[in-house]
Design a binder for this molecule. Structure first.
Ligand SMILES: [Fe+2]
Ligand SMILES: [Fe+2]
Length: 456
């Protein structure tokens, strides 16, 4: 097989404010409470596309959905112009769209009028709009789902799988699409081609905690679909949606492995995308970060700026639990929190939040009867700061708090004690051991570096 190089970007969530014209405190609030850098999204997309254009070695760009912030027509129109520039620079661009491109609340935010609704495109209109960015090169198209198959090189094909499902309760593949995927894989094999896939939703849990708080955000029916894809012979799938930077795999009962390369949202910390080389050596995946953007960041480095934005947002979550519960519900949507469930649980969540905000490692672990595990250097560290760090680590693919660290040594025994009172269950009702779960969140020990890895 001839080596094939490409870029993978996802979840651009581009908000074309230069055309939309949101402004004032209402817009600032919206920007502040989102994990993504909404106001800066255009400049971030431009910076990524500029770097890609300058790379004369790679002419393929994959983008796996959530192209716009919430589906604003103006954002799509402006993005298509940016994609056209990539094309004019000799790049072949392959896109799929996802729920944030047609199903969300596209809004303009101003102090005079508050939130006003903006027009959106239908899925059929998006298919036409993005025709030159994937569909026009298709060697096969599954019309019901807007999925397609392309020949990337003489011996490599790619499935761009649209997993919109019913857009709401079920994002996944219906039977006719599963059947079509099977046909495409068989056709590729007959033609002597390798085939891999990209889709929007994750088919492998990017963190053990993810399906617990957001099972619906996994590809619907992934427990069946992922081994099915592996057994067909699809070994690699590039995904987005979670905004978590992660590489993981599962093995089917028949022993077939499928790797999932989940890339963070381009416009949220760590402002990353992937540079990939596919060859007989396997899939060589590397992370590239945005270096600088054309936007006034008050003299800050762009990565530091995005990190501060993310941290501020997470801290606001804890602060708002105690002081502004409606804001907390808005913020929790960034983590796929479900408003109604949270509203029902308000008294208990608020009590926990208030208590948590006052805690240090020493106070927390002493209360639980495991104070002896707390090393002096972390005794007075705030638990909330620690949790912020853990969340940031998870999203940026740096779950590096190993069993040797003081934080792990103190927090895991605490979770073991807590697990005797708080009985967690997964979505199927099976008990989940809290200490084991948290240990896996603190330290990702699957043996694969989430940033740079050669996957065989
Ligand atoms: Fe997204
Ligand atoms: Fe998404």
């Amino acid at each position: 097989m001839k080596s094939l190089k490409f870029y993978h970007l996802t979840d651009l969530h581009y908000y074309a404010n230069e055309r939309i014209g949101s402004s004032g405190a209402a817009y600032k609030f919206k920007c502040d409470v989102d994990q993504k850098c909404m106001a800066e999204s255009g400049a971030i997309v431009d910076a990524a596309f500029k770097d890609i254009c300058e790379d004369k070695e790679i002419d393929i760009v994959l983008i796996s959905g959530d192209l716009t912030f919430d589906g604003e027509q103006q954002s799509h129109d402006a993005l298509v112009e940016k994609l056209q520039k990539l094309k004019d620079n000799g790049k072949r661009v392959f896109t799929t769209f996802a729920t944030h491109d047609f199903y969300m609340h596209a809004r303009k935010y101003t102090d005079e009028e508050g939130e006003t609704e903006l027009p959106k495109y239908t899925r059929a209109e998006l298919r036409k709009l993005y025709n030159d960015f994937g569909y026009s090169e298709a060697i096969a198209e599954h019309k019901n789902s807007y999925s397609y198959c392309v020949q990337l090189s003489e011996d490599v094909r790619m499935l761009a799988l649209n997993d919109d499902g019913d857009f709401d309760e079920f994002c996944g593949y219906y039977n006719d699409l599963l059947e079509w995927i099977k046909e495409q894989v068989e056709d590729a094999k007959k033609a002597g081609c390798e085939i891999f896939a990209m889709t929007h939703h994750p088919v492998v849990e990017p963190s053990p905690v993810y399906p617990l708080f957001s099972h619906k955000a996994m590809l619907g029916g992934y427990e069946f679909t992922t081994p099915y894809l592996a057994d067909l012979g699809i070994r690699y799938i590039f995904v987005g949606h979670t905004h978590i930077h992660d590489i993981d795999y599962i093995e089917s009962k028949k022993g077939n492995r499928i790797y999932q390369i989940n890339t963070a949202a381009l416009t949220a910390y760590p402002l990353a995308y992937r540079k990939v080389e596919y060859s007989d050596e396997g899939m060589d995946v590397k992370t590239v970060q945005i270096k600088e953007i054309d936007y006034d960041l008050g003299g800050k480095d762009v990565l530091e700026y995005a990190k501060e934005h993310f941290t501020y947002m997470i801290k606001s979550v804890f602060d708002s639990i105690e002081n502004d519960y409606e804001k907390f519900i808005i913020l929790s949507q960034g983590f796929s929190g479900e408003g109604e469930k949270l509203r029902k649980a308000q008294p208990i969540v608020q009590r926990i939040g208030k208590f948590a905000n006052s805690l240090t490692f020493k106070k927390l672990c002493t209360l639980a009867g495991c104070g002896k595990y707390v090393a002096p250097e972390i005794a007075n560290d705030s638990i909330i700061d620690f949790i912020c760090q853990v969340i940031l680590n998870m999203y940026s693919g740096r779950e590096e708090l190993s069993p040797d660290t003081s934080q792990y040594k103190a927090f895991v025994p605490f979770c073991k004690r807590l697990g005797k009172i708080v009985k967690l269950k997964d979505y199927q009702g099976n008990p989940v051991a809290l200490d084991k779960l948290i240990a896996d969140v603190l330290y990702d020990d699957n043996g694969i570096d989430d940033w740079d890895a050669v996957l065989k």
